[in-house]
Design a protein around this ligand. Structure first.
Ligand code: SF4
Length: 121
């Protein structure tokens, strides 16, 4: 176990609408308005993360453990790419997942990340 195996206890995200970091999943195609809102929220999350004292810790933790949402100023695609460049495997619920998140059970992951987020507040 290393120091990045736990998420930071609190950060600047505490007290904000958590949907900014974890946009609700959407089945099917998003409308232009929905896509724009999602991008707007993501920019907002990244801006807040950029001012957070825990950004590095949060990012390093999420590279190892979190496939969804914005953590440490990076969204899930940013992190999947960084994981791939650094050769980091995503370890989650006892499973080892390769970068790309293709084998992730999205429903199980969503439930788990919600618990993690609640514990952080
Ligand atoms: S860096 Fe992590 S702890 Fe800080 S605001 Fe962003 S998500 Fe929250």
């Amino acid at each position: 176990m290393d120091k990045f195996d736990n998420a930071p206890d609190k950060g600047l995200c505490a007290g904000h609408d958590i949907d900014i970091w974890f946009p609700p999943s959407k089945q099917g195609t998003m409308s232009r308005d929905e896509r724009n809102k999602r991008l707007e929220n993501e920019d907002k999350a990244k801006e807040i993360c950029s001012r957070c004292d825990f950004q590095i810790h949060c990012l390093e933790y999420s590279l190892r453990h979190e496939p969804f949402g914005t953590w440490g100023g990076m969204n899930e695609v940013d992190r999947a790419q960084l994981r791939s460049r650094r050769g980091i495997n995503l370890s989650r619920d006892g499973r080892i997942l390769v970068p790309g998140i293709g084998s992730m059970n999205a429903v199980t992951g969503a439930i788990t990340y919600k618990k993690n987020v609640e514990q952080r507040q």
